[in-house]
Design a protein around this ligand. Structure first.
Ligand code: ASP
Length: 449
Protein backbone atom coordinates (compact mmCIF):
# COMPACT_ATOMS: atom_id res chain seq x y z
CA UNK A 1 0.00 0.00 0.00
CA UNK A 2 1.17 3.49 -0.85
CA UNK A 3 0.26 6.66 0.98
CA UNK A 4 0.39 9.65 -1.33
CA UNK A 5 0.25 13.26 -0.32
CA UNK A 6 -0.47 16.12 -2.68
CA UNK A 7 0.62 19.66 -1.83
CA UNK A 8 -1.26 22.89 -2.42
CA UNK A 9 0.10 23.55 -5.92
CA UNK A 10 -1.14 20.08 -6.94
CA UNK A 11 -4.68 21.09 -5.99
CA UNK A 12 -4.64 24.72 -7.02
CA UNK A 13 -7.19 24.43 -9.83
CA UNK A 14 -9.28 21.97 -11.82
CA UNK A 15 -6.42 21.02 -14.16
CA UNK A 16 -4.24 20.13 -11.17
CA UNK A 17 -6.99 18.23 -9.35
CA UNK A 18 -7.55 16.22 -12.53
CA UNK A 19 -3.85 15.29 -12.56
CA UNK A 20 -4.08 14.21 -8.92
CA UNK A 21 -7.00 11.93 -9.73
CA UNK A 22 -5.17 10.50 -12.77
CA UNK A 23 -2.18 9.71 -10.56
CA UNK A 24 -4.32 8.03 -7.90
CA UNK A 25 -6.14 5.98 -10.53
CA UNK A 26 -2.91 4.94 -12.25
CA UNK A 27 -1.84 2.69 -9.37
CA UNK A 28 -4.23 0.50 -7.35
CA UNK A 29 -1.76 0.58 -4.43
CA UNK A 30 -2.42 4.29 -3.94
CA UNK A 31 -5.23 3.80 -1.47
CA UNK A 32 -4.59 6.48 1.11
CA UNK A 33 -4.51 9.99 -0.35
CA UNK A 34 -3.65 13.04 1.77
CA UNK A 35 -4.50 16.43 0.35
CA UNK A 36 -3.58 20.04 1.09
CA UNK A 37 -5.85 23.00 0.57
CA UNK A 38 -5.76 24.55 -2.93
CA UNK A 39 -2.53 26.54 -3.20
CA UNK A 40 -1.30 29.24 -5.56
CA UNK A 41 -2.36 28.94 -9.20
CA UNK A 42 0.25 31.43 -10.36
CA UNK A 43 2.93 33.65 -8.90
CA UNK A 44 1.31 36.29 -6.75
CA UNK A 45 -1.88 34.27 -6.20
CA UNK A 46 -3.16 33.61 -2.66
CA UNK A 47 -3.39 30.15 -1.09
CA UNK A 48 -6.80 29.12 0.21
CA UNK A 49 -5.25 28.78 3.69
CA UNK A 50 -4.27 32.45 3.55
CA UNK A 51 -7.73 33.43 2.28
CA UNK A 52 -9.17 31.56 5.26
CA UNK A 53 -6.83 33.32 7.68
CA UNK A 54 -7.88 36.67 6.19
CA UNK A 55 -11.53 35.76 6.58
CA UNK A 56 -11.07 34.58 10.18
CA UNK A 57 -9.14 37.72 11.02
CA UNK A 58 -12.06 39.84 9.83
CA UNK A 59 -14.49 37.90 11.98
CA UNK A 60 -12.20 38.27 15.01
CA UNK A 61 -12.04 42.00 14.39
CA UNK A 62 -15.83 42.17 14.17
CA UNK A 63 -15.69 43.24 10.51
CA UNK A 64 -17.94 41.93 7.68
CA UNK A 65 -16.72 38.61 6.28
CA UNK A 66 -18.88 38.12 3.22
CA UNK A 67 -16.33 39.10 0.56
CA UNK A 68 -13.55 37.11 2.20
CA UNK A 69 -15.79 34.07 2.55
CA UNK A 70 -16.90 34.28 -1.07
CA UNK A 71 -13.28 34.38 -2.21
CA UNK A 72 -12.74 31.00 -0.51
CA UNK A 73 -15.93 29.44 -1.82
CA UNK A 74 -15.13 30.64 -5.33
CA UNK A 75 -11.85 28.70 -5.36
CA UNK A 76 -13.70 25.43 -4.70
CA UNK A 77 -16.58 26.26 -7.02
CA UNK A 78 -14.24 26.94 -9.94
CA UNK A 79 -12.76 23.47 -9.52
CA UNK A 80 -16.11 21.79 -9.00
CA UNK A 81 -17.67 23.42 -12.07
CA UNK A 82 -14.71 22.87 -14.39
CA UNK A 83 -14.57 19.19 -13.51
CA UNK A 84 -18.33 18.73 -13.54
CA UNK A 85 -18.43 17.35 -10.00
CA UNK A 86 -21.93 17.01 -8.52
CA UNK A 87 -22.96 20.45 -7.17
CA UNK A 88 -24.04 18.82 -3.89
CA UNK A 89 -20.42 18.96 -2.77
CA UNK A 90 -20.49 22.75 -3.02
CA UNK A 91 -23.54 22.88 -0.79
CA UNK A 92 -21.63 20.83 1.81
CA UNK A 93 -18.52 23.01 1.51
CA UNK A 94 -20.46 26.28 1.82
CA UNK A 95 -22.45 25.01 4.78
CA UNK A 96 -19.28 23.80 6.47
CA UNK A 97 -17.57 27.19 6.07
CA UNK A 98 -20.61 29.16 7.14
CA UNK A 99 -21.08 27.11 10.29
CA UNK A 100 -17.42 27.48 11.35
CA UNK A 101 -17.55 31.19 10.66
CA UNK A 102 -20.73 31.57 12.69
CA UNK A 103 -19.23 29.60 15.60
CA UNK A 104 -17.81 30.93 18.84
CA UNK A 105 -14.74 33.16 18.70
CA UNK A 106 -14.27 33.23 22.44
CA UNK A 107 -11.16 31.07 22.11
CA UNK A 108 -9.48 32.98 19.27
CA UNK A 109 -6.79 30.45 18.42
CA UNK A 110 -9.26 27.60 18.40
CA UNK A 111 -11.49 29.53 16.01
CA UNK A 112 -8.52 30.37 13.78
CA UNK A 113 -7.45 26.72 13.64
CA UNK A 114 -10.97 25.57 12.74
CA UNK A 115 -11.01 28.07 9.89
CA UNK A 116 -7.55 27.12 8.62
CA UNK A 117 -8.29 23.40 8.78
CA UNK A 118 -11.39 23.77 6.65
CA UNK A 119 -9.09 24.43 3.66
CA UNK A 120 -7.79 20.86 3.68
CA UNK A 121 -11.09 19.41 4.89
CA UNK A 122 -13.07 20.77 1.96
CA UNK A 123 -10.28 19.98 -0.47
CA UNK A 124 -10.58 16.32 0.58
CA UNK A 125 -14.36 16.41 0.10
CA UNK A 126 -13.91 17.79 -3.40
CA UNK A 127 -11.21 15.30 -4.44
CA UNK A 128 -13.24 12.38 -3.08
CA UNK A 129 -16.27 13.61 -5.05
CA UNK A 130 -14.23 13.89 -8.25
CA UNK A 131 -12.84 10.37 -7.83
CA UNK A 132 -16.39 9.10 -7.30
CA UNK A 133 -17.56 10.93 -10.42
CA UNK A 134 -14.87 9.08 -12.32
CA UNK A 135 -16.23 5.81 -11.00
CA UNK A 136 -13.52 5.21 -8.40
CA UNK A 137 -14.61 3.65 -5.16
CA UNK A 138 -13.43 6.47 -2.89
CA UNK A 139 -14.53 8.20 0.30
CA UNK A 140 -13.70 11.32 2.31
CA UNK A 141 -12.30 10.54 5.75
CA UNK A 142 -12.70 12.87 8.70
CA UNK A 143 -9.46 12.86 10.77
CA UNK A 144 -11.40 12.92 14.04
CA UNK A 145 -13.37 9.82 13.14
CA UNK A 146 -10.13 8.13 12.15
CA UNK A 147 -8.67 8.95 15.57
CA UNK A 148 -5.94 11.43 14.62
CA UNK A 149 -5.45 12.93 18.07
CA UNK A 150 -3.21 15.93 18.66
CA UNK A 151 -2.06 18.07 21.58
CA UNK A 152 -4.07 21.22 22.20
CA UNK A 153 -1.29 23.53 21.02
CA UNK A 154 -3.23 25.55 18.49
CA UNK A 155 -1.34 26.19 15.27
CA UNK A 156 1.53 24.05 16.49
CA UNK A 157 0.00 20.73 17.47
CA UNK A 158 1.93 17.52 18.11
CA UNK A 159 0.78 13.98 17.58
CA UNK A 160 -0.52 12.00 20.56
CA UNK A 161 0.95 8.53 20.28
CA UNK A 162 -2.32 6.66 20.78
CA UNK A 163 -3.28 7.91 17.31
CA UNK A 164 -1.16 5.25 15.64
CA UNK A 165 -3.34 2.41 16.84
CA UNK A 166 -6.49 4.19 15.66
CA UNK A 167 -5.05 5.18 12.30
CA UNK A 168 -3.72 1.70 11.57
CA UNK A 169 -7.31 0.73 10.73
CA UNK A 170 -7.15 2.98 7.67
CA UNK A 171 -4.94 0.35 6.11
CA UNK A 172 -7.86 -2.07 6.02
CA UNK A 173 -10.11 0.03 3.81
CA UNK A 174 -10.49 -1.49 0.38
CA UNK A 175 -11.49 1.68 -1.39
CA UNK A 176 -9.50 4.89 -1.78
CA UNK A 177 -9.49 7.02 1.36
CA UNK A 178 -9.12 10.76 0.83
CA UNK A 179 -7.77 12.27 4.03
CA UNK A 180 -7.35 16.02 4.67
CA UNK A 181 -3.85 17.01 5.77
CA UNK A 182 -2.75 19.66 8.25
CA UNK A 183 -5.10 19.04 11.18
CA UNK A 184 -6.44 16.61 13.72
CA UNK A 185 -8.51 16.79 16.90
CA UNK A 186 -7.71 17.32 20.56
CA UNK A 187 -8.91 14.73 23.09
CA UNK A 188 -11.76 17.17 23.80
CA UNK A 189 -12.82 17.01 20.16
CA UNK A 190 -11.59 20.45 19.01
CA UNK A 191 -9.98 20.94 15.61
CA UNK A 192 -6.29 21.79 15.93
CA UNK A 193 -3.65 22.33 13.23
CA UNK A 194 -0.01 21.51 12.74
CA UNK A 195 2.35 24.37 11.84
CA UNK A 196 2.01 25.75 8.29
CA UNK A 197 2.91 23.21 5.64
CA UNK A 198 1.68 20.53 8.01
CA UNK A 199 0.00 18.27 5.45
CA UNK A 200 3.42 16.67 4.98
CA UNK A 201 3.26 15.68 8.64
CA UNK A 202 -0.18 14.10 8.19
CA UNK A 203 1.09 12.09 5.22
CA UNK A 204 4.10 10.90 7.14
CA UNK A 205 2.02 9.91 10.17
CA UNK A 206 -0.46 7.95 8.06
CA UNK A 207 2.34 6.20 6.18
CA UNK A 208 3.81 5.10 9.52
CA UNK A 209 0.42 4.12 10.96
CA UNK A 210 -0.58 1.83 8.09
CA UNK A 211 3.02 0.63 7.62
CA UNK A 212 2.91 1.72 3.99
CA UNK A 213 5.40 0.32 1.50
CA UNK A 214 6.01 3.83 0.26
CA UNK A 215 5.13 7.40 1.16
CA UNK A 216 4.82 9.39 -2.05
CA UNK A 217 5.05 13.11 -1.58
CA UNK A 218 3.77 14.81 -4.73
CA UNK A 219 4.87 18.37 -5.17
CA UNK A 220 5.88 20.69 -8.02
CA UNK A 221 9.54 19.76 -8.41
CA UNK A 222 10.88 16.78 -10.37
CA UNK A 223 13.23 15.67 -7.64
CA UNK A 224 15.69 16.81 -5.03
CA UNK A 225 18.84 18.18 -6.69
CA UNK A 226 22.45 18.09 -5.54
CA UNK A 227 22.54 21.85 -5.25
CA UNK A 228 20.04 24.67 -5.66
CA UNK A 229 19.27 24.61 -9.43
CA UNK A 230 19.51 28.43 -9.47
CA UNK A 231 23.24 28.00 -8.87
CA UNK A 232 23.80 25.23 -11.38
CA UNK A 233 21.08 24.99 -14.05
CA UNK A 234 22.33 21.61 -15.29
CA UNK A 235 22.38 20.06 -11.85
CA UNK A 236 21.59 16.35 -11.85
CA UNK A 237 18.63 15.06 -9.86
CA UNK A 238 19.36 12.88 -6.83
CA UNK A 239 17.90 9.42 -7.45
CA UNK A 240 18.42 8.04 -3.94
CA UNK A 241 19.35 9.66 -0.67
CA UNK A 242 19.35 8.42 2.93
CA UNK A 243 17.28 9.94 5.71
CA UNK A 244 20.49 11.13 7.36
CA UNK A 245 21.76 12.85 4.23
CA UNK A 246 18.40 14.50 3.68
CA UNK A 247 18.32 15.71 7.26
CA UNK A 248 21.73 17.38 6.97
CA UNK A 249 20.87 18.99 3.67
CA UNK A 250 17.50 20.27 4.84
CA UNK A 251 19.20 21.62 7.93
CA UNK A 252 21.34 23.79 5.69
CA UNK A 253 18.61 25.01 3.43
CA UNK A 254 17.17 22.24 1.22
CA UNK A 255 13.54 23.20 1.28
CA UNK A 256 11.73 20.36 -0.49
CA UNK A 257 10.60 18.49 2.57
CA UNK A 258 10.55 19.78 6.11
CA UNK A 259 12.90 17.65 8.21
CA UNK A 260 10.51 17.41 11.15
CA UNK A 261 7.62 16.47 8.91
CA UNK A 262 9.18 13.20 7.89
CA UNK A 263 10.03 11.97 11.40
CA UNK A 264 7.13 9.48 11.67
CA UNK A 265 7.98 7.87 8.33
CA UNK A 266 11.69 7.84 9.17
CA UNK A 267 11.08 6.14 12.52
CA UNK A 268 8.94 3.54 10.83
CA UNK A 269 11.61 3.04 8.13
CA UNK A 270 9.22 3.86 5.31
CA UNK A 271 10.82 5.03 2.07
CA UNK A 272 9.67 8.44 0.88
CA UNK A 273 9.48 9.37 -2.76
CA UNK A 274 9.47 13.03 -3.79
CA UNK A 275 7.72 13.32 -7.11
CA UNK A 276 6.12 15.86 -9.39
CA UNK A 277 2.36 15.97 -9.94
CA UNK A 278 3.02 17.60 -13.31
CA UNK A 279 5.46 14.90 -14.43
CA UNK A 280 4.49 11.77 -12.54
CA UNK A 281 6.33 9.53 -15.01
CA UNK A 282 9.69 10.75 -13.68
CA UNK A 283 11.33 8.64 -10.98
CA UNK A 284 11.78 11.54 -8.54
CA UNK A 285 13.98 11.11 -5.47
CA UNK A 286 13.76 8.18 -3.09
CA UNK A 287 14.63 8.92 0.54
CA UNK A 288 15.40 5.76 2.48
CA UNK A 289 17.23 4.30 5.48
CA UNK A 290 20.15 2.79 3.56
CA UNK A 291 21.48 3.04 0.06
CA UNK A 292 24.45 1.71 -1.82
CA UNK A 293 27.17 4.31 -1.78
CA UNK A 294 30.25 4.84 -3.87
CA UNK A 295 33.22 5.79 -1.72
CA UNK A 296 34.34 9.35 -2.01
CA UNK A 297 31.10 10.67 -3.41
CA UNK A 298 29.15 13.67 -2.26
CA UNK A 299 25.36 13.64 -2.61
CA UNK A 300 24.58 17.30 -2.12
CA UNK A 301 25.72 20.77 -1.20
CA UNK A 302 23.59 23.18 0.78
CA UNK A 303 24.18 26.57 2.29
CA UNK A 304 22.18 28.68 4.65
CA UNK A 305 22.68 32.29 5.77
CA UNK A 306 21.54 33.77 9.06
CA UNK A 307 23.94 32.45 11.67
CA UNK A 308 26.09 34.17 14.28
CA UNK A 309 28.85 33.08 16.68
CA UNK A 310 29.41 33.95 20.30
CA UNK A 311 33.08 33.44 20.99
CA UNK A 312 34.76 33.34 24.43
CA UNK A 313 38.34 32.77 25.41
CA UNK A 314 39.95 32.29 28.79
CA UNK A 315 43.49 31.28 29.56
CA UNK A 316 43.64 27.69 30.94
CA UNK A 317 40.00 27.05 30.05
CA UNK A 318 40.84 23.41 29.38
CA UNK A 319 41.66 22.88 33.07
CA UNK A 320 38.66 24.71 34.50
CA UNK A 321 36.11 22.08 35.43
CA UNK A 322 32.55 23.17 34.71
CA UNK A 323 33.36 26.07 32.37
CA UNK A 324 31.59 24.47 29.43
CA UNK A 325 28.52 23.62 31.49
CA UNK A 326 28.23 27.13 32.91
CA UNK A 327 28.79 28.64 29.47
CA UNK A 328 26.00 26.56 27.96
CA UNK A 329 23.75 27.25 30.91
CA UNK A 330 23.75 30.96 30.06
CA UNK A 331 22.22 30.13 26.71
CA UNK A 332 19.75 27.73 28.24
CA UNK A 333 18.60 30.33 30.74
CA UNK A 334 17.91 32.73 27.88
CA UNK A 335 15.84 30.04 26.17
CA UNK A 336 18.23 29.90 23.22
CA UNK A 337 18.76 26.79 21.17
CA UNK A 338 22.25 26.53 19.75
CA UNK A 339 23.40 24.87 16.54
CA UNK A 340 27.09 24.03 16.92
CA UNK A 341 29.83 24.38 19.46
CA UNK A 342 33.35 24.42 18.01
CA UNK A 343 36.03 24.70 20.67
CA UNK A 344 39.80 25.04 21.16
CA UNK A 345 42.21 24.72 24.09
CA UNK A 346 41.33 28.05 25.64
CA UNK A 347 38.26 29.04 23.69
CA UNK A 348 34.78 28.00 22.96
CA UNK A 349 32.18 29.32 20.57
CA UNK A 350 28.51 28.80 20.06
CA UNK A 351 26.82 29.11 16.71
CA UNK A 352 23.23 30.28 16.83
CA UNK A 353 20.61 31.24 14.32
CA UNK A 354 20.70 35.00 14.01
CA UNK A 355 16.95 35.24 14.64
CA UNK A 356 17.43 33.76 18.13
CA UNK A 357 19.67 36.54 19.32
CA UNK A 358 18.22 40.03 19.70
CA UNK A 359 20.38 42.95 20.81
CA UNK A 360 19.32 42.91 24.47
CA UNK A 361 19.86 39.16 24.85
CA UNK A 362 23.24 39.44 23.19
CA UNK A 363 24.30 42.19 25.60
CA UNK A 364 23.19 40.15 28.63
CA UNK A 365 25.01 37.04 27.48
CA UNK A 366 28.23 38.91 26.77
CA UNK A 367 28.14 40.54 30.21
CA UNK A 368 27.50 37.21 31.95
CA UNK A 369 30.34 35.48 30.12
CA UNK A 370 32.67 38.27 31.06
CA UNK A 371 31.60 38.77 34.66
CA UNK A 372 30.36 35.39 35.86
CA UNK A 373 32.68 33.18 33.85
CA UNK A 374 35.65 35.56 33.97
CA UNK A 375 36.42 35.19 30.28
CA UNK A 376 39.42 37.16 28.99
CA UNK A 377 37.61 38.11 25.82
CA UNK A 378 34.14 37.74 24.40
CA UNK A 379 32.95 38.66 20.95
CA UNK A 380 29.93 38.14 18.75
CA UNK A 381 30.20 37.81 15.01
CA UNK A 382 27.16 38.27 12.83
CA UNK A 383 26.48 37.52 9.20
CA UNK A 384 27.73 33.96 9.05
CA UNK A 385 26.56 31.30 6.63
CA UNK A 386 26.94 27.54 6.96
CA UNK A 387 27.80 25.54 3.89
CA UNK A 388 27.50 21.78 4.06
CA UNK A 389 28.94 19.04 1.94
CA UNK A 390 26.94 15.88 2.53
CA UNK A 391 27.26 12.24 1.49
CA UNK A 392 27.33 8.79 3.09
CA UNK A 393 30.18 8.05 0.67
CA UNK A 394 32.36 10.66 2.38
CA UNK A 395 33.07 8.40 5.32
CA UNK A 396 36.60 7.05 5.51
CA UNK A 397 37.57 8.83 2.32
CA UNK A 398 41.05 10.27 2.26
CA UNK A 399 41.59 13.64 0.65
CA UNK A 400 38.04 14.94 0.59
CA UNK A 401 38.68 17.84 2.92
CA UNK A 402 41.80 18.73 0.97
CA UNK A 403 39.72 18.92 -2.19
CA UNK A 404 37.01 20.97 -0.49
CA UNK A 405 39.34 23.48 1.14
CA UNK A 406 41.42 23.83 -2.01
CA UNK A 407 38.24 24.56 -3.97
CA UNK A 408 37.23 27.21 -1.46
CA UNK A 409 40.71 28.76 -1.49
CA UNK A 410 40.61 28.87 -5.27
CA UNK A 411 37.34 30.78 -5.08
CA UNK A 412 38.93 33.19 -2.60
CA UNK A 413 36.56 32.16 0.17
CA UNK A 414 37.87 32.56 3.68
CA UNK A 415 36.83 29.64 5.90
CA UNK A 416 35.85 31.02 9.29
CA UNK A 417 35.27 27.61 10.75
CA UNK A 418 35.31 23.93 9.79
CA UNK A 419 33.42 21.16 11.48
CA UNK A 420 34.27 17.71 10.31
CA UNK A 421 34.07 14.53 12.23
CA UNK A 422 31.13 15.16 14.55
CA UNK A 423 28.98 13.92 11.72
CA UNK A 424 30.36 11.04 9.71
CA UNK A 425 28.51 12.05 6.61
CA UNK A 426 29.05 15.77 6.34
CA UNK A 427 31.57 18.53 6.39
CA UNK A 428 30.49 21.96 7.49
CA UNK A 429 32.13 25.25 6.64
CA UNK A 430 31.31 28.54 8.33
CA UNK A 431 31.85 31.42 5.89
CA UNK A 432 30.81 35.06 5.66
CA UNK A 433 27.33 35.43 4.19
CA UNK A 434 28.71 37.16 1.09
CA UNK A 435 30.81 34.07 0.44
CA UNK A 436 27.97 31.56 0.68
CA UNK A 437 27.09 31.41 -3.01
CA UNK A 438 30.72 31.46 -4.27
CA UNK A 439 31.52 28.70 -1.76
CA UNK A 440 28.62 26.52 -2.89
CA UNK A 441 29.50 27.07 -6.54
CA UNK A 442 33.15 26.20 -5.90
CA UNK A 443 32.26 22.99 -4.09
CA UNK A 444 29.76 22.03 -6.76
CA UNK A 445 32.36 22.61 -9.43
CA UNK A 446 34.86 20.45 -7.54
CA UNK A 447 32.61 17.52 -6.71
CA UNK A 448 30.05 17.40 -9.49
CA UNK A 449 31.27 19.02 -12.67
N1 ASP B 1 -2.50 24.47 3.66
C1 ASP B 1 -1.56 24.56 4.74
C2 ASP B 1 -0.57 25.67 4.48
O1 ASP B 1 -0.68 26.38 3.50
C3 ASP B 1 -0.91 23.24 5.02
C4 ASP B 1 -0.22 22.57 3.86
O2 ASP B 1 -0.41 22.95 2.71
O3 ASP B 1 0.54 21.63 4.11
O4 ASP B 1 0.32 25.85 5.27
Amino acid sequence: MKVCKFGGSSLADAVQVAKVCDIVMADPERRLVVVSAPGKRYKGDTKVTDLLIACATKRLAGEPTETALNAVILRYREIQEALGVDAAVMATISANLESILAGSVEHRERFMDAMKASGEDNSARLVAAELQRRGVNAHYQNPGEAGLLLSDEYGNARLLSESYENLALLGQAEDVTVFPGFFGYTREGEVVTFPRGGSDITGSILAAAVKADLYENFTDVDSVCSVDPDLAPDVAPIAEITYREMRELSYAGFGVLHDEAIIPAVHAGIPIRICNTNRPELPGTLIMAEREVVHGTVVGIAGSPGFCTVFASKYLMNREIGFGRRFLQLFEEEGLSFEHMPSGVDNISIILREKELDGATEARIVTHIREELGADSVSVEHGLALVMLVGEGMRFTIGLSRRATAALAEANVNIEMINQGSSEISMMFGVKEVDRIPAMRALYHEFFE
